[in-house]
Unconditional design. Structure first.
Ligand code: AKB
Length: 318
């Protein structure tokens, strides 16, 4: 990874990955792109930023060639809840965008490094719900999940057929304080910290007892960098590795917050769409292959993450 083009760079993952790669590779070696610009965003202000619609292949290719990149990190995609509301749009953005990104990678060089995230959403209700194995039946019942499974297969195809160095992880819900996620099912686990500080109360759209895998953003960013720098000869899998840091249900995150805000109150107003999506996903996944093949090793558990989120968000609100 020497010169990287990132798509969807203004999103939750992209903004933090941009910051990290600017530090690791130098500002001139990171080209961050998104469909729109956001005035005042550090991604736009503190380095190279270009507007790019990933469904426009010509513009995508032109940009990759102009900057002579050797790595594409493709993050532009619609998340699960929005995809469920707009399935045709989701298919077009997630699949045409990914196909274009892979084609650009193939075009600019046979060994281009490539990363695009998959998700726990790639699994469906037929998979074992607890400690879901890396390699098992994948029959997602959401549009987002369908695009993720298709994406994983496409990335393996481009690796096997054309030698593109594709690598990927199945992300759980990601929790961070810098940029809020949008349109995801796991977003409740981010919203809760904002509301805990502002109102000492949160109304969850996910019901109690619903377990999902989660991870603090620092571990997610470290995971991407580690996987992209991993020795290829150690990788038995590529697209995509299960990774997780914790699995919890709403009552447990509420209890973790109550350690710091004792009068915090949790209420429920379950959203049937997002609850249905969550019910179709695993309770917890098995990430032992990532730990074995490229030493994935997250550092944040639920309480450590809660302490960090509440501290950082309080500073932000001051
Ligand atoms: C979502 O909820 O859609 C995402 C995901 C788990 O992929 N956070």
């Amino acid at each position: 990874m020497k010169k990287v083009l990132i798509t969807g760079a203004l999103g939750q993952i992209g903004s933090e990955l941009t910051e990290r790669l600017r530090k690791d590779l130098g500002v001139k070696n990171v080209i961050s792109t998104d469909i729109r610009t956001v005035e005042g965003s550090p991604v736009v202000e503190n380095g190279q930023f270009e507007e790019l619609d990933v469904t426009n292949y010509e513009n995508f290719l032109d940009m990759a060639k102009r900057y002579e990149v050797d790595t594409i990190i493709h993050l532009a995609a619609l998340l699960s809840a929005t995809a469920e509301k707009r399935p045709a749009f989701a298919w077009n953005l997630n699949m045409t965008g990914l196909m274009n990104a892979l084609e650009v990678a193939r075009e600019i060089g046979p060994e281009t490094k490539f990363f695009a995230p998959s998700s726990i959403a790639a699994y469906g209700p037929d998979a074992e719900p607890d400690n879901t194995p890396q390699d098992t039946v994948m029959h997602p019942t959401t549009m987002y999940g369908v695009t993720k499974v298709a994406g994983e297969l496409l990335e393996n195809y481009y690796h096997e057929k054309y030698g593109v160095d594709t690598r990927s992880v199945r992300f759980p819900g990601l929790i961070s304080y810098k940029v809020e996620p949008g349109g995801g099912t796991t977003d409740y686990a981010v919203d809760i910290y904002y509301e805990a500080l502002k109102n000492k109360s949160y109304t969850s759209f996910i019901d109690k007892g619903t377990y999902m895998d989660m991870m603090y953003m620092d571990d997610a960013i470290e995971g991407i960098v580690k996987l992209m720098n991993a020795d290829a000869s150690r990788l038995e899998h590529r697209n995509s590795f299960n990774i997780t840091a914790m699995a919890f249900e709403p009552e447990q995150i509420a209890a973790s917050i109550k350690r710091r805000i004792p009068d915090f109150e949790m209420k429920y107003d379950v959203d049937p769409v997002r609850q249905g999506i969550a019910n179709s996903w695993p309770n917890s996944i098995d990430d032992s292959d990532a730990r074995k093949e490229w030493d994935f090793n997250p550092h944040f558990d639920l309480d450590k993450m809660t302490d960090e989120m509440l501290e950082r968000l309080s500073e932000k609100f001051e």
